[in-house]
Each structure stands twice: as C-alpha cells, then as structure tokens.
Design a protein around this ligand. Structure first.
Ligand code: PLP
Length: 220
C-alpha cells in the first residue's frame, strides 16, 4: 500500500472519530481530497482505494488531468476550490461538479450564462473571506448573506453552501463559527471548511465537507 493510500485511510478514520466526538452522524462529513500539483499516478491509487471526491484549485491544471481520470473511474465528483476568473467560467462549468468559489457578481452572471448554454449545472458554494484578508478571494462576511440572496434572486443560481479559508496564522475556530452562523442566515445546507491542519476542528464546528491535501498526498 502506497503512502497516499495509507494516509487516505488514516484521514478517513480521523474524520469518523471527529464525527463521533462532535455527536455528528457517521458519514455526515464528506472528504474532498485535494489533488492539486499531484498527477494521475499519485491520484489513481487513492481512487482505487475508494475515494471519489477531489478538489483542484486551478481550472487549467484540472483540465489537463481529470477528463481522462473521470473516464477511467466512474462516479468522480470534482470540486473547484481555487479562485475562478470569469474568462474560465465556460471551462469550469464543463468540468467541475461543484464550484466552491463564487464570490462576486461578475462570476455569478457568467456562471448563469454558461449553465444555460451548456445545460450542465454544477453545485455552487459562495466563498467568504472570513478574515477580511486583502490578498484573499471571497466575499466580505458582512456582504455574504445579501450576496447569496442576489445569486438566487437576481441570477437564478442555486447556492448550496459556503466555503472559507481562515487566515493561516490565526486560530481557525472563530472563522469556522462565523461561517456556520452565516450559513444559517443565508439558509444554505453545506459548509466547506477545514484543511490538513484543522479539519477535526472544522468538523466540531459543523463542516459538511473538509478539503484535505497534504495530509493525504504529502507536501507540495
Ligand atoms: C490547497 C488547498 C487545500 C488543501 O490544503 P492542505 O493544507 O494541503 O490540506 C484546501 N483548500 C484550498 C482552497 C486549497 O487551495
């Protein structure tokens, strides 16, 4: 058994333990295995071990490796977890099953157009910049609920969840708590939060999916 497969099973076990610890239902949390920078030879064994949900942060990189993998392994669910440029909306709608990084009007409008054109509707999450970091993508927390409402009412988009990436140098708990509160206010069911260093904490705060890369595939 390769390293990534072994680490994949270890992460699965830790997720199950964190669900129990937090009195969450078994299987309440979806593991999104973040495979950015790794290629098909690294990813294939993890798929063969049973994983089907993967995250990528660049449209172009995902286009280079996932069409073949999707054909070889049925039932793959691919999440876009990196910033989306409006000129990449067409490719993103064609390839991804979940786009977690909707964060501005222009993207919402482009996605609406492409979904109508392609007749393919990925699930959509709004990214919230919970730390209000200037260099980071995501809508400001105070604008998040109104933005979800506009996505629904003005653009006709079904927004199913919220996503956040807490500041690297801060305790993530308050950020997860904020996302959970905003999710309730915006009436979304899904919360994508938690990475290799803090996914067990995120599960305690109500994450419905965690995005784990290096704890499975190794450092990048
Ligand atoms: C890379 C990345 C992850 C995974 O990070 P790890 O620390 O390797 O688990 C999660 N979410 C986003 C948005 C990322 O870009």
């Amino acid at each position: 058994m390769g390293d990534a497969v072994q680490q994949f099973f270890a992460v699965k076990a830790k997720i199950a333990a964190a669900e129990r610890e937090a009195d969450r239902q078994a299987g309440a949390v979806t593991l999104v295995a973040v495979s950015k920078t790794f290629d098909a030879t690294d990813i294939g064994p993890v798929i063969e071990a049973g994983q089907r949900v993967f995250g990528e942060n660049r449209v172009q990189e995902a286009q280079a490796k996932w069409p073949d993998l999707k054909e070889a392994f049925p039932g793959i669910e691919l999440h876009l977890i990196g910033p989306l440029q409006s000129n990449k909306a067409r490719e993103a709608v064609a390839l991804f099953d979940v786009i977690e990084t909707v964060d501005r009007e222009k993207i919402a409008a482009e996605l609406t157009k492409e979904i109508a054109k392609q007749g393919r509707a990925p699930k959509l999450y709004v990214q919230v910049n919970t730390g209000s970091e200037p260099q980071k993508a995501g809508i400001e927390p105070r604008e998040a609920v109104a933005f979800v409402t506009r996505c629904r009412d003005v653009h006709g988009l079904a927004i199913e969840g919220l996503m956040c990436i807490p500041p690297a140098d801060e305790n993530p708990g308050p950020h997860f708590a904020l996302l959970e509160k905003l999710g309730k206010e915006a009436n979304v069911a899904k919360l994508s939060m938690g990475m290799s260093g803090d996914y067990e904490t995120a599960i305690a705060f109500g994450a419905t999916s965690v995005r784990v890369g290096s704890a499975i595939f190794g450092s990048r």
